[in-house]
Design a protein around this ligand. Structure first.
Ligand code: NAX
Length: 323
């Protein structure tokens, strides 16, 4: 049996954390041969609820789950962890401007980045889910000077999976038939779900759907899917977000057969400003990821990619004191 690895989940008593913890403990993220110690992190007022999550996890008698630590202390919570799913963040409340949300969350993600830097394994892999995910991840990354920026990522996989599902349903293909799809940029309404390079059962996706559907139905559907779920369910996406977080981490650790979208620190690929936490198409291999190179971009793609870059530049400007 392998040695146990430590997986930290922040916001573990929340909706996404609750949905993620059980699947991770069951082996869905790191494999059914990988023992796990879960380190569940919450704010102090939520520790009672977290205790309930711990009891339920223990009641599952998961063979892979060696131990559970519940804490509001980030030094303890991130101590020696190999993987971090940073889910907890401050929700936007009534009357709150985007800039207020950014700075309120900055106060969480700056210290969190430092606590990860000071306490986690030097090879830790960090996925930020809590919104605004890209800029929160950027803040955490900038507060972790001893770690490599490539150890910090933000979640775009839910958008990526949503786009795959929409295209599969339109074309009648199985989701496994959709390849080389990408969602560029920010996890927000400016994100650019791009099927220019995508194939459906080996055929060029753009030849199977008309341009009006692509631009006027598909793109807004993917961009606004979160709001559609809230309207229908009365609560925001939870199980699908947890599933996407698990897909993201699994592929990062074990490799991806196809392109996947993830927010990463830009090194200037495709003309995107260096240092932004921007989603690119990547291939994961040997525990790392590399941006897919050499894609031809038409004017429409360039316009969309620049629009979402602009928003991220504005977000970065709004939190510059925290970087
Ligand atoms: P919930 O409000 O159900 O849970 C959040 C939990 O985080 C709460 O239990 C809260 O006590 C805890 N928390 C708050 N601050 C914390 C801190 N500093 N340290 C540790 N825990 C803390 O929200 P949930 O539905 O689980 O969503 C969590 C976050 O994911 C939100 O920011 C949400 O906007 C974001 N999402 C991001 C997505 C993405 O694709 N990147 C999609 C889904 C989701 O909207």
């Amino acid at each position: 049996m392998k040695q146990a690895v430590r997986v930290a989940i922040t916001g573990a008593a929340g909706n996404i954390g609750y949905a993620a913890a059980f699947r991770i403990a069951a082996g869905n993220m790191l494999g059914t041969d990988q023992p796990i110690i879960l380190k569940l992190i919450e704010i102090a007022p939520a520790l009672d609820a977290l205790k309930g999550v711990e009891m339920e996890l223990r009641d599952c008698a998961f063979p892979l789950l060696e131990d559970i630590v519940c804490t509001a202390d980030t030094s303890e919570g991130f101590g020696d962890v190999d993987y971090v799913l940073s889910i907890g963040s401050k929700p936007r409340t009534k009357g709150m401007e985007r800039a207020d949300l950014l700075s309120e969350n900055g106060k969480i993600f700056g210290p969190q980045g430092k606590a990860i830097n000071d306490n986690a394994s030097k090879n830790v892999k960090v996925l930020v889910v809590g919104n605004p995910a890209n800029t929160n991840a950027l803040i955490a990354c900038n507060n972790a000077p001893d770690l490599d920026p490539s150890q910090f990522t933000s979640m775009m996989r839910l958008d990526h999976n949503r786009a795959i599902s929409q295209l599969a349903s339109k074309t009648g293909a199985a989701v496994t038939g959709i390849k080389q799809l990408v969602v560029w940029g920010n996890h927000s309404l400016t994100q650019y779900p791009d099927i220019s390079h995508c194939t459906v059962d080996g055929k060029d996706a753009k030849s199977l759907v008309d341009d009006a559907w692509y631009k006027d139905e598909f793109m807004p559907k993917v961009q606004k899917r979160g709001a559609e779920i809230i309207n229908a369910r009365g609560a925001s996406s939870a199980a699908s977000a947890a599933s996407a977080a698990i897909d993201h981490m699994r592929d990062w650790v074990k490799g991806s057969n196809d392109w996947v979208s993830l927010g990463m620190i830009s090194k200037g690929d495709y003309g995107i400003s260096e240092g932004l936490m921007y989603s690119f198409p990547v291939i994961c291999k040997n525990g790392n990821f590399e941006v897919v190179q050499g894609l031809n971009q038409d004017d429409f793609s360039i316009e969309m990619m620049k629009a979402t870059e602009k928003e991220l530049l504005e977000e970065r400007e709004a939190v510059k004191d925290l970087l």
